[in-house]
Design a protein around this ligand. Structure first.
Ligand SMILES: O=C(O)c1cc(C(=O)O)c2c(n1)C(=O)C(=O)c1cc(C(=O)O)[nH]c1-2
Length: 245
């Protein structure tokens, strides 16, 4: 028997419930960072690993672009590449390097991915493969974690500025623009997904895509926690915090 599709608003409610339950705002590493419980070395490890994820984001958006047949959708989606890679103004990746510079990481190491945790690479690669291989509606839906990004960014930035004397407002400039870009991008993607995913099967793909993406973000924080909080097993070749911790 064919399952009955959800209404577009009921689909949105299910997506929001996934975010509430599975987004990385619930991860212990995020909570420690926000609450001022980490040392500088642990935050360096986070920034280094997150750069690797950031660097994959424009590549996955280019992969999505290459699969879009509708020029209007392509026109909207290509703004994401401009936002990360920059055009007249520097983009998100360059602003992320201001954060890693500010923390004292070597820019060459960051850009080359030296010291990145193996699980970060695997998680980011899984995201790239997902958008290449899954149906377009799922690829687009996997970006919907951004619906939940503004609140985690706001609490992370407030917590970092309150607790860590080595972090200055300018160092966190990356997040200022994300607070406007993420809702714009997420609202657009959500409206598109609600419009396109009309059958129960398509809606299931969309819900699975968001869960998958929450797992990508969660797995990256799991790996950071395992290496740099407890039990503290840093994998061979990964960044080792020094005297700054
Ligand atoms: O700081 C965060 O917690 C956070 C989360 C996410 C997200 O939810 O995927 C993104 C970002 N930041 C981000 O900066 C970013 O550029 C971004 C792009 C995407 C995406 O899937 O297309 N997610 C995110």
């Amino acid at each position: 028997m064919e399952s009955v599709p959800l209404s577009p608003d009921a689909l949105e409610a299910r997506l929001r419930a996934i975010g509430r339950d599975r987004y990385h705002h619930r991860h212990p590493f995020h909570v420690l960072m926000r609450d001022g419980e980490l040392g500088r070395g642990q935050i360096m490890a986070w920034a280094l690993n997150r750069y690797h994820y950031q660097a994959v984001v424009p590549r996955k958006d280019a992969a999505i672009l290459s699969r879009i047949e509708d020029p209007a959708l392509r026109r909207a989606w290509r703004q994401r590449l401009v936002d990360q890679d920059g055009a007249e103004a520097p983009g998100g990746l360059a602003r992320w390097l201001a954060l890693t510079d500010g923390l004292g990481l070597d820019r060459g190491d960051v850009v080359a991915g030296r010291g990145v945790l193996p699980a970060t690479r695997f998680a980011a690669d899984a995201y790239l493969h997902f958008v290449r291989e899954r149906p377009l509606v799922a690829a687009i839906a996997s970006s919907l974690t951004e619906l939940f990004a503004p609140s985690i960014i706001a609490e992370r930035v407030a917590g970092m500025l309150a607790h860590y004397p080595f972090i200055r407002r300018e160092t966190l400039a990356y997040f200022d623009t994300r607070l406007t870009e993420a809702p714009r991008d997420a609202d657009f993607a959500l409206a598109w997904v609600k419009h396109e995913a009309r059958t129960a099967a398509e809606q299931e793909l969309v819900l699975e895509a968001l869960s998958f993406k929450c797992d990508v973000l969660w797995a990256m924080l799991d790996a950071l926690h395992h290496a740099y909080v407890a039990p503290g097993h840093v994998p061979p070749g990964a960044f080792v915090p020094g005297a700054e911790t």
